[in-house]
Write a protein that binds this ligand. Structure first.
Ligand SMILES: NC(=O)c1ccc[n+]([C@@H]2O[C@H](COP(=O)([O-])OP(=O)(O)OC[C@H]3O[C@@H](n4cnc5c(N)ncnc54)[C@H](O)[C@@H]3O)[C@@H](O)[C@H]2O)c1
Length: 399
């Protein structure tokens, strides 16, 4: 049976990305699959329907899209759409299950096998499927440009007949994928860049980009798997003081700090903002997760004194063309793990081989990225988070 794959049109407000672009679709259709793209799905990424070449099909019927064997999306579809999916079919998208109990419930109720892109493990073999990284790269790059654009100052040092302009100081808090890209981009624009992260092993990466690493003495907050853990109160105090001193001196601050599965850590207080230079800019890439700055409002520019705080909640979407292209390539690489050649085709030419959907649950990438398997919620972290949230709701109801 040929595997049917469909690409959803994103419905979230402000979402311009699409899960499959023509260039990558052409590679996907070399497998024995039918690929249907929802009409207008690429519009936000400036991809007209006609750009998807044959054999890609276009469909204006939402029902047709959601009844495919595999549905591809950037964000989890709405419950109403998941309810249209067939039992045993597959959804591949970002889900953020811990924040979306209704979506998880719909996946369970409809017997869906859902692979959540954010759960793909950060192992070398999965690097080409790592959509968290590809989208964080886009976000970090754009964050530096937002800061540069909002500042009423030059970033680079300028020596002109009208005098010498000193380079701007840009401080990037959180040196993960997005932070490192923000550091690199601000550096290319000529700013004097400083990086900070609770994981002291990022020092080398920050320095390799020509930036200076800020160290709060005695703080090391790395947990298993290279991710950050939450800091103790004492550690938080030390970190605050070091940041207060450096922020007061910065023209632009870009915050990118995150702890997976948890609200964004609060790092920048109102007092720290008030100590910033007049006209300084803060870009908070953690806005969607609650913000690293206590004054951040998602999708707003807050002016506090003469400091502006930008809280864009979906920065990759501002770079939709390339963010979609990278996401689509991540998805294709992942699909190749589950759309596999049928056995006994040794004599068949490569382009004519039959493919089927198959899941090797011994493969770490599949085992870790699967959120629901035939409707069963199998990710322990999301299960625990949702269990805790529903218990808290019960307690609230009783009180
Ligand atoms: N395939 C791979 O091997 C691979 C791919 C991508 C990322 N990684 C690693 O995964 C890790 C997380 O990357 P990410 O970009 O997704 O991170 P993330 O988005 O989860 O977090 C961003 C950064 O914020 C930092 N942070 C958290 N709390 C902080 C605080 N209170 N103050 C300052 N900084 C704080 C984190 O240490 C992290 O570097 C990194 O170690 C990265 O190198 C590995």
């Amino acid at each position: 049976m040929t595997v049917s794959i469909a690409v959803a049109k994103e419905t979230a407000a402000g979402e311009k990305r699409v899960a499959m672009v023509p260039k990558v679709a052409a590679k996907l259709t070399k497998l024995d699959v039918t690929l249907t793209v929802a009409q207008g799905a690429g519009e936000g990424s400036r991809i007209p329907d006609e750009s998807y070449d044959e054999p890609v099909l276009l469909s204006g019927q939402t029902d047709e899209i959601y009844t495919a064997n595999v549905v591809l999306a950037v964000n989890a579809p709405e419950v109403e759409q998941i309810n249209k999916m067939k039992k045993g079919s597959v959804l591949i998208s970002f889900v953020q299950g811990h924040n979306n109990p209704d979506v998880v419930e719909a996946l369970q109720n409809n017997g869906i096998t859902c692979f959540a892109m954010e759960l793909i493990p950060r192992i070398s073999r999965a690097q080409s499927m790592d959509a968290l990284s590809s989208q964080a790269n886009a976000a970090g790059y754009k964050a530096a440009l937002i800061a540069a654009n909002a500042l009423e100052r030059f970033l680079p040092m300028l020596t002109t007949a009208a005098g010498t302009i000193r380079p701007a100081k840009v401080l990037v808090i959180g040196a993960g994928v997005a932070g490192l890209q923000a550091i690199a981009t601000a550096g290319r624009l000529g700013a004097k860049v400083y990086g900070y992260d609770v994981r002291t092993d990022t020092k080398e990466q920050v320095e390799s980009l020509g930036a200076e690493f800020l160290v709060a003495k005695g703080v090391k907050a790395e947990a298993e798997g290279g991710y950050a853990r939450e800091l103790t109160d004492d550690e938080k105090a030390q970190q605050q003081q070091m940041l207060v001193d450096n922020m007061a001196d910065a023209d632009a601050v870009i915050t990118t700090a995150a702890v997976p599965g948890k609200p964004a850590p609060r790092i920048v207080s109102q007092a720290m903002v008030e100590a910033m230079k007049p006209g300084a800019v803060l870009v908070d890439l953690a806005a969607a997760g609650g913000g690293n700055c206590e004054l951040t409002k998602p999708d707003e520019i807050v002016t506090h004194g003469s400091v502006t705080i930008h809280g864009p909640s979906n920065v990759p979407s501002l770079l939709a063309e390339h963010a979609s292209e990278m996401y689509a390539q991540n998805v294709l690489n992942f699909l190749q793990l589950i759309v596999v050649e049928e056995e006994g085709q040794d004599d068949v030419k490569p382009g004519e081989k039959k493919h089927k959907l198959a899941f090797d649950w011994d493969d770490e990438i599949l085992a870790k990225s699967v959120l629901t398997r035939d409707g069963e919620l199998v990710n322990e972290t999301v299960k625990a988070a949702l269990g805790a949230a529903s218990e808290a709701r019960d307690v609230e109801k009783k009180a």
